[in-house]
Design a binder for this molecule. Sequence first.
Ligand code: PGA
Length: 314
Amino acid sequence: MMKNASLRQLKVFESVARNLSYTRAAEELYLTQPTVSIQIKQLSEIVGQPLFEQVGKRIYLTDAGSELLKVCREILEGLSRFEMYISDIKGVKTGKLRLAVITTAKYIIPRILGQFCQRFPGIDVSLKVTNRERVLQRMHENLDDIYIFGNPPDNIDVHTEIFMENPLIVLASSKHILSKEKNIVPERLADEYFIIREPGSGIRLSTDQFFAEHNVKIKVRMELGSNEAIKQAVAAELGIAVLSAHTMVSDWNSEELAYLDVRGFPIRRQWYLTYPRDKQQSVVALAFMDFMHKEGSAIGKKYLQGIPSFPISR
Ligand code: PGA
């Protein structure tokens, strides 16, 4: 039956299924909404099952729709890998590179991508920056080529390469009483209020692990989903925070912020470049991995020189 489905119908279906919206799919594909609806209707007729169901104003994939989405992604990915392979044979790298990275990587990855895109002008890049849980979710849905984590996934078989150091520091207002103290014991922080990342964040996970290992129960004043917002809250003396040293790249000279000399910090962590081991990588994604190997960390370190005493060397 599926022999009668056209590639165009599958592309339209993939977009509606990903966006869970006919309107957004129509915008994305530069089509009218009635055209999108007709394509989906024809495809459901070919399948002989509804692909979406409507509850109130929202649409959801049916079981048949979810299965078809998996097949569609394989077909479309296979075709785009093939296109990239052909352009590689012709000696030009063209195609799309899709990256999903955790929030701390945004301080470095755009710099590296800048140079990568100059080297390979035919490559289009999409970069999704979000927290660990959502990057994991994207990996489950096979939405991107390469994923960057600070704590790599432990329940999926992934290819993993360490890319750079990503240490965690304790940040406080420079007016904070502890900012002048040396060798603070972690237990002392139980008296302080913390501004902390949301559950699902890798920073949150590592912070919780550290204090659990030291039997310290911290007091949380506020949970925020953004490293930048946390820095502002710390500067406003609302509390102290555990953040990646990278978030300080353009603030190290800030007169408002200080990093605390707490025993056990900086917590040594790394960034990991990962993808599911069974994923067939495109030529473009492999070119990116190769670029990261050969030049990525050097470019990254150059931009980190903005942090005078990058704490990992202490
Ligand atoms: P997060 O991850 O954005 O999920 O907190 C950042 C990191 O682990 O460095």
